[in-house]
Unconditional design. Sequence first.
Length: 683
Amino acid sequence: MRPPAPPEPPPARRVKVIERLRRLPVRAKLLALVLLPLALVLPLLGLLLGIWGNVAFDRLLVTKVQSDLAVARGYFERLLEEVGDSATTVADSHALHRALESGSAAAMQALLQDYKRREELDFIVLRDAAGRLIDSDAGIAAAERAPAPRGAAPGGGSATLSILAPDDPVLRDPALQARIAVPLIPTRNAAPTARLREDRALVVLAHAPVLDDAGQVVAQVQAGVLLNRNLGFIDHLNAIVYPAGALPFGSQGTATLFLGDVRISTNVRLFGGASAGRAIGTRVSQAVRDAVLGRGSTWLGSAFVVDDWYVSAYQPLLDGAGRRIGMLYVGFLERPFTWVKAGTLAAIGLLFFVVMLAAAQLSLRGARSIFRPIELMAQTMQRVGAGEPQARVGALGSGDEIGQLAGHLDHLLDAVDENTRALQRWNAELDARVAQRTRDLEAAQQQLLRSEKMAAVGQLTASIAHEVNNPIAVIQGNLDLVRELLEPAAAQTVRGELALIDEQIERMRLIVTQVLQFARPGEYAGYVEEVDIGPLLDGCMVLVAHLLSSARIEVERDLRARRRPWINRNELQQVLVNLLVNALHAMNQGGRLRLGSRDLDDGRVEIAVADTGPGLGPELLAELFKPFVTRKKDGTGLGLWISRSIVERYGGELLACDRDDFARGAVFTLRLRAEGGGGGAVG
């Protein structure tokens, strides 16, 4: 016999499994894809939802009992305030002062008993300023003296928790003595102890001074409430925290006061249900005792109370010295909520199971609606491959992706035609973009040409200005020499002619300076300031007054600008005078000149000069701001070009257009930057 073949390595097995999965028909793959998520994901989702619901439900219960503890703590602090107020009331009463003055023990005892009933206290004790007993509501022997109880520091009606011994004079009332001793009852989960009973008394003790007319302390009032077996207080607290109908599902709310770890006042029932007595004398579990009394923390959560589990909240109680002497507890029975939680989770699980079955049924039906179209498309492709180009899948009546895929397969030729049209459309769009880019390039070339022309003109004007400056300097020098060589009489005779020559030389120097300013604006920029438009236009009108006087021109003003442009005053005046002169020349037969200004929304100032001349026209508008462009016979064509350069140097713009209202003519608009905003001074 041949020896058995060695087993294939795991990678080879995995390759074979993957290859078999790839060869599975679409029907099997779809069923696996549909049913596997239902069989795995839905149960996992249900499990996660159950875990989350359990945690959320427990947190909700803890939040509920935490709020219940806050209500109970508020009521307990209110008790402390009421006892303190009662002590203050007794200490401040006029009847007490009269009883002290009378010195009658019987009258004092009757008065204290009356106040005890009225203020709903368990005891009232009167001490002198040194802390020795004077009298109490239960009476006291005249020779009996005792120091003030520990933890009851003098204060204006303040109340604190205190632990008193059973033989303390304030507890001599037999009714109080019967409530103090609490026999300990063995309790499950409690800490081990050798004690058999709790003999101490937990009291709310208030201390208030009795003052005479001079404000001196003549006595002290001690009033308090005994919390041991104080069933009325604990039942009232429980009714406040858990009123009727506050807890659903038959749960019961409970409240307890602890002295140490012993229940001294509670409405928790002893082992046996509602018919049993109260669980006074039972003890708290050791886990709660260590957390609350040992570490001073608040316990929130599930805890074993006497004989059942409760959603519980424990908070430490402190005496006047800050020592942990007891606990305040509220809670409600956990079992009803546990049953509700279990029922809810079971219902959710059943719902998920039903949903899983329904989803599986629907998925199988949906999978069958997918098998058929895929098989038809596969058959169609086989027929086309076999030489039947007219084979088509046909209408499937399905609007999903598979139906759309079958439709795309049937309309492949139509798609080719549509793609061809799309290519033609894209070609047209490309041509349009190329044309737009060509226009942008031409505009850029025009801007470059303009810049080159400006640079060339600037160099030319700078050269001319430099050459003119030399003869001006020679003329000025020779003129000064002539003044020195002439006799005084002769100089007096030609003084007017010499002054005229000085004026013309200065005029020539100003012209040269302006030319250099145009050629090199950075070196000859003028002083920049905020310019008031109104006075500046008045000055410009004075400079062109000789032109206005020779023509029948009406001037209209509409100056509404409040801002002041930030520019050199002389250069702005030069620009405005140039615009005014051009407008007046355009109206040589008369007309209407309109001057306007306004504040723009973008923070700039707009100045408009409008005339009623023949207008500019499209051809002139296209070339208007280029150098040497003019339609005046004696013009140089540099005025508007220079004006626009000046305005742009200060961040503004100069625009021109024909009027679009009922009148003919042209409008030149200046838009200038305003730094000050409202026209104030620049600081």
